[in-house]
Each structure stands twice: as C-alpha cells, then as structure tokens.
Write a protein that binds this ligand. Structure first.
Ligand code: PXG
Length: 485
C-alpha cells in the first residue's frame, strides 16, 4: 500500500512467493521477520527488543501442537492464549465457517433484524449457563464484553432509579482487557500508568492471593479475610454508591491465582447483603477450563452477569459477549427502553456459526467432564510432581490451568520459600528455555503457568510435564552460571 516504504516491496514479494502456502520447508522466515519489524505493532511488546531478538513465526497447528517457520514442533501449553479449547485443526469448525460465509457472511442485528446462527447461539449459551441467565449480548472480544458490562450495570441502576450507584469494585492484579473500561477494571499498574486510567468510578481491592498475602493464616481463614476486604470497601464508599463487584473465578493473566474455597461464597454473601451485582469475568474460565461449563459454578458464585470470549469459539474467529441474568435482563427488557450500546459485529453470523460447532465438539467429546474427571486430575498430579523440583517452591492447579513458582530455596510452607529478586527476570529466562525446547508456557514474574487445550491427553500431559522438568533443570543450571543462585 501507499504507506509501505519503497524498499519493502522486494521483501514483500519474496515473502509472498514463499509464504502463500505456510509450509515449514519453504517459508522465508527472514523476509517475514523484516516485514514484521517494519510494520506490525504487537500487543504488549517492546518493539526495539523484539527486533533485536527476531520474532518467532508460527505457521501451523494440529491438535495440541504448533510448528514454527523453522519446522520446529512445540507443545502448546497455553491454548494459543487461553482459548483454543478444542485444539488446532478442527475441520468441522472451518467447514461451518465456510458454509456460513457462503450463505450470509454478515448482516447487522441493529434495526429489527437478526440472523439464524446468532439466535441459535444465544439460546444454546443460555441453556449451558446457570439457571439465573436468560439473555446474551454479543461483542467481538472479552474487552468489549467488559466494556459492555460497565455500561450495562450503570444503566441497570439508572433504570431502577438509583443512578448514584456507579462504582464498580474490582481487584488489583486482575486482567479484564485492554480497552479503556477493560484496562480500568483490570488492576495492572503498568496499564493504568499509560493513558490516564482508570476511568472514574472504578475501585480496586486486594486479590485473594494466598502465597502473597496469606502468611500466618490457613488458606480458608485467608479466604474470609480477603472477602472481608470487599465489605470494608463497600462500607467506605457507602453501599448506595456501589453498582457491582467484578472478578475472574480464577485469575488467569495475573498468574493462575486460585482463591481459597471460602472466598467466593463469602463474596457472594456480601454482594447479596448489600444488593450489589456480582459479575464473573469468565473469559478464561468459561467453556470447560476448570472442568465446569463456567468457573462460577465450581467456585460457588451466583453471578448476575458473565463476560465471555476466547473458548466460546476456541479462538478460531473472534467472539465475545455478556450473559445477562434475569435480574438485569428484566430491567433492560421490560423497563429500560433503548440501551444505547452495540457493535457492528454484535451477533456476527460467521463467529456464531463457529461457536455453535465449537460447543457441539465440547459436548460431543464430553471435554468438560473429561477435564473434571480425567485430564484435570492428571495435570494436578503432574504439577504436584513438578513441585518436587529444586527450583520450584509450590505448584497449584484447577482443571486445565496450573502454575508453579520458581524460588531460590524451598521452604516448609509457601510463605517460607526464599524468593528471587523480581528485577532479575527469572521467569523470562525459564520461558526462553521452555520455548527453545519445544514447550510453550507463560511467565508472570517468577510464576510459570499453563492452560493447555482441553483435548490434551494424559500422554500429552506427561510429554509436556517431562519437558517442563527438563527445562527447569536447564534453567537451574543457567541461573547458577549467571551467579543468581
Ligand atoms: N478478561 C479476561 C479474564 C481475560 O483473560 C480479557 C478479559 C480480554 O479479552 P480480549 O478478547 O479483549 O483480549 C482477557 C484476555 C496474558 C493475556 O498475557 C491474557 C489475555 C489477553 C492477552 C494476554 O495472559 N486475556
């Protein structure tokens, strides 16, 4: 195009001739890397550093495996980005998408119109959701779903004649997306520092992170303490100012933080006591990740609203949305008149067709039950074994998410381990060894995490865990060579 520098044209031509078929033998990695560095701004990326290292080019996926442009095979411990729940290479999804594109690639759902896949998907989602849900609002992503929630809960209290109920309470270290409202709901200090966030009317309390904040308490006692921080915040603000509390059932991007069993039931009790809406951000936990269709079911939450995305289509095409409980739906539908909110792609027929086929696979292959009864327990056993590695302080899992902490020295309890200086970036060193040796794992500080596709078999979990152990050995040797241990 016009904005491309002239000297890129030859590079582009080279990449096109070799890249048309993403074949691992003939792919011109260098050309793609150059074009990438010249033109592609990546999410959450230091571009000068990326250009120096050279970006990795992923070209193909099948099952739980990926291949890069050098032909290297990787086991994907992260389901793409917490989303490819049914694994790569599902022909029935690509066929459903193709058929829908041939029939009706797009039509809007604004002006007295609808489309068949969107209606069918709304009904299907309500059938899968806990009984208090009746309606769905579709978006294109999880961030848009959470933006929708901010507008919807404030609209709800307007309709009820309590417009002063504006404040939404969230948690530090939460991740709720990258749009203005999503990043504001999120509790990432590094995000708030860029762009004048949070927006007004968002408050953050401490997270139920036992390893960080629970020293001297049992896990269950700490869960009640962490829930009480919500009540303190409500009382400090005045309950008549508080619209909603939002949280991920299990925090994902924050480092797979699994709350004590006592936490969510107590949060639910507090929300009920003050009439505050409870919102579950199920963008990661939804669609079987924890061995239940929605993480709130496992955690003893009875949310009024659920945001979802990712696993609803297994990431094959973008789709998100908000499941709306009867309490809010009644106000919106029966009393509210127009809700002045919506996206061009709300109820996109192609995305909805992909979701319908994805849900059919999840049900047909009983993947949610498998996570609960077979693969989730197997992953837990594998991480319990990894916890015996000298570099690992403790490890936890829940369904198909798991995390372990890298420590300088083990301790008798999670609170007595000797930790690394966060400035060293030990997690990133470990992540590098993982990738170099064919396993994709996320690093959040010194916490190493996985969220594998729900189709990962026990044998593949063993393959992944074996590689993780070997890479922990390599990391340990590397850290010693650097003089960090
Ligand atoms: N809520 C939660 C709980 C999420 O995990 C979003 C909302 C936003 O969804 P969209 O579709 O707008 O990205 C997410 C996204 C990471 C990472 O580093 C996690 C996410 C996104 C990007 C990176 O683990 N989760």
């Amino acid at each position: 195009g016009a904005i491309m520098a002239a000297d890129d044209t030859a590079v582009l031509a080279a990449s096109m001739t070799t890249a048309r078929v993403p074949d691992t033998e003939t792919f011109d990695t260098r050309a793609i890397q150059e074009l990438d560095a010249a033109h592609f701004l990546h999410p959450f990326t230091d571009h000068a550093a990326l250009r120096d290292k050279g970006v990795r080019v992923i070209v193909r996926g099948q099952g739980v495996h990926l291949w890069d442009s050098d032909g290297k095979q990787l086991i994907d411990g992260m389901s793409g980005l917490w989303c490819v729940n049914v694994g790569y290479g599902r022909t029935s999804i690509s066929q459903a998408v193709y058929r829908q594109m041939e029939t009706l690639p797009f039509y809007n759902s604004f002006f007295n119109t609808t489309n068949v896949p969107a209606v069918q998907l709304a009904a299907e989602l309500v059938a899968l959701a806990p009984p208090q849900f009746s309606h769905v609002f579709f978006t294109g992503s999880g961030s848009e779903a959470n933006d929708t929630i901010v507008r919807m809960v404030r609209r709800y209290w307007d309709i009820l004649g309590q417009p002063e109920r504006q404040v939404i309470i969230s948690r530090k270290n939460a991740y709720h997306g990258s749009t203005m409202a999503g990043a504001s709901l999120g509790g990432m200090a590094g995000m708030h520092a860029q762009g004048g966030l949070p927006i007004p009317g968002i408050r953050h309390i401490e997270q139920p992170n036992y390893a960080e904040l629970g020293a001297g308490l049992s896990e269950n006692a700490f869960g009640l303490v962490a829930a009480a921080w919500l009540e303190e915040e409500i009382l400090a603000l005045g309950a008549d100012k508080v619209a909603a509390f939002i949280g991920e059932p299990v925090q994902g991007a924050g480092g797979v933080i699994i709350p004590p069993a006592t936490y969510w039931p107590e949060v639910q009790r507090i929300c009920d006591k003050y009439g505050i809406l409870l919102v579950a951000d199920e963008v990661i936990c939804g669609f079987g990740r924890l061995g239940t269709w929605f993480g709130s079911e496992l955690m003893g939450m009875r949310p009024d609203l659920i945001s979802f995305a990712k696993g609803v289509t297994s990431g094959y095409v973008p789709l998100g949305g908000v499941l709306v409980g009867k309490r809010v739906a009644h106000a919106l539908v029966e009393q509210g008149g127009d809700f002045n909110h919506g996206f061009t792609y709300s109820g996109h027929p192609v995305a909805c067709a992909a979701a319908l086929e994805n849900l059919r696979i999840l049900k047909g292959e009983r993947l949610v039950e498998k996570v609960a009864l077979e693969t989730g327990p197997h992953l837990k056993a594998a991480f319990n074994h990894l916890a015996t590695h000298p570099l690992v302080g403790h490890a936890e899992s829940c369904g198909m998410v798991a995390g372990l902490n890298l420590v300088r020295a083990k301790g008798a309890t999670v609170h007595e381990c000797e930790r690394f200086d966060p400035a060293l970036g030990v997690g990133m060193v470990c992540r590098g060894h993982m990738f170099d040796n064919g396993v994709i794992m996320r690093a959040v500080g010194e916490r190493m995490i996985v969220a594998p596709p729900l189709v990962m078999t026990k044998a593949e979990i063993d393959e992944m865990a074996g590689k993780i152990w070997d890479c922990l050995d390599l990391t340990l040797a590397d850290l010693k060579a650097r003089g960090w241990m």
